[in-house]
Design a protein around this ligand. Structure first.
Ligand SMILES: [Zn+2]
Ligand SMILES: [Zn+2]
Length: 181
């Protein structure tokens, strides 16, 4: 799930998970109101709209011409922007918000597919419905259960995905924050 980071007064960054289909960016401080919560956003309020994509979710930023919104320091000339990881979205003089497309690994029953999927760790089939984890970076599917902890494999794998080197932590913590920008 994608996130929008905003800075708290304490200086810390807080991630807001982008849920729902449409979000409005409103207010001087570019606070984010979710869907219907923004019952009457100002007409120049930029809107985030979810796009379903095979690799997860993607978000479009839509803004009318009169909107004072900028992305990565530039005005939105076309009124439309497909957000990508680490984009800075700024509304007027408000501090920027940062878009993050980082996904975290979770253990879920494997959905299955038309062809058998083999776990790259143990080389056996990942059966539909069996507990599995998908690498958030390369999307490879592994078993992940007490009997077959193929994804996080602990110290043996150095706690990284053997395919792409992404962290296999299952703590739900985001690795990237705008503090790195
Ligand atoms: Zn396996
Ligand atoms: Zn991977």
């Amino acid at each position: 799930m994608c996130q929008l980071f905003h800075r708290l007064e304490s200086g810390e960054w807080q991630a807001l998970a982008l849920a729902g289909e449409t979000l409005s960016l409103i207010g001087e401080s570019a606070s984010v109101a979710v869907g219907s919560a923004a019952a009457s956003p100002p007409s120049h309020a930029p809107v985030l709209r979810r796009l379903a994509s095979p690799s997860g979710d993607a978000w479009l930023l839509l803004a009318p011409e009169s909107s004072p919104v900028r992305v990565n320091g530039r005005p939105l000339v076309t009124g439309l922007w497909a957000l990508s990881h680490r984009d800075a979205v700024q509304l007027g003089a408000a501090p920027p918000l940062f878009f993050s497309a980082e996904r975290v690994a979770v253990i879920e029953p494997f959905a299955g597919g038309p062809d058998p999927v083999f776990c790259p760790r143990c080389k056996t089939v990942v059966a539909a419905g069996s507990p599995a984890a998908r690498c958030p970076s390369c999307s490879t599917v592994f078993h992940q259960s007490e009997a077959l902890p193929c994804f996080d494999y602990g110290e043996i794998s150095g706690e990284v995905c053997p395919i792409c080197g992404e962290s296999t932590a299952l703590d739900g913590e985001l690795r990237w924050t705008p503090a790195e920008v």
